[in-house]
Design a protein around this ligand. Structure first.
Ligand code: PLP
Length: 223
């Protein structure tokens, strides 16, 4: 990496601020979730040292291995689960994460509500919407959203917003606009959208949560 992680975070934050100002977005201060999945721990530590406190992860096991100690060392860390969650890992997820952005089906909502009651932890949640109706992707279909949200309400889940991951190759602005419209329709404030390739656009379109991995930490090495 030619630039340090601290510099990358500053640059991403500056670009988000610039886009919000340019677009006259009222929520001029979206949260930046640093998506540290698969990244080596020293890169995560560099982000922590730079003052970053919101992190996104997609796996329960990685959260357990990585964050148990780091959370003690760096007070104020908020871990956001942004990946598919299997119901048999819901208990661990409630234990390890501070917010869950990938609630996408009634069964999962029920298991999460039960676990939160058991652990006496009321975590803010987002409902993930599969705006592109992709078979391989998580998220509720747009048509299933009303039932899912109403079930979440019945269960007493603290639904803060909606999240989406636009299909690769599509114009993300169509999906961002749809997500924003759905959030408004259902009366939730949170709009989690935008990744390394399109976060500036997401900021300009009113994202409240922006999830950036590669542009902060560099390429992920899956080898
Ligand atoms: C990996 C991931 C990101 C970050 O992706 P980058 O392109 O590396 O910024 C954001 N959101 C979700 C849900 C992800 O899984």
């Amino acid at each position: 990496m030619t630039q340090s992680i601290a510099d990358n975070i500053s640059a991403v934050r500056a670009e988000i601020a610039r886009m919000c100002e340019h677009a006259g977005v009222p929520e001029a201060n979206p949260r930046l979730l640093a998506v540290s999945k698969v990244q080596p721990t020293e890169r995560v530590v560099a982000a922590l040292e730079a003052g970053q406190r919101d992190f996104g992860g997609n796996r329960v096991q990685e959260a357990e291995e990585r964050w148990s100690d780091l959370k003690l060392q760096y007070p104020g860390v908020l871990l956001h689960l942004i990946g598919n969650l299997q119901t048999n890992k819901a208990a661990k997820a409630v234990e390890l994460f501070d917010e869950i952005q990938s609630v996408d089906r009634i069964k999962l909502a029920r298991v999460l509500a039960r676990e939160m009651a058991t652990q006496q932890k009321q975590l803010p949640v987002y409902v993930q919407v599969n705006t592109g109706a992709e078979a391989q992707k998580g998220g509720a279909l747009v048509g299933d959203l009303p039932d899912l949200l109403s079930e979440c309400q019945t269960l007493g889940l603290d639904v803060r917003g909606l999240m989406c991951i636009p299909p690769a190759g599509d114009d993300p602005s169509l999906h961002f606009a749809l997500l924003k419209k759905l959030a408004k329709q259902h009366g939730v404030e949170g709009i989690s959208m935008g990744m390394s390739g399109d976060y500036a656009l997401a900021a300009a379109m009113g994202a409240t949560d922006i999830r950036v991995g590669t542009a902060i930490f560099g390429e992920r090495d899956y080898s």
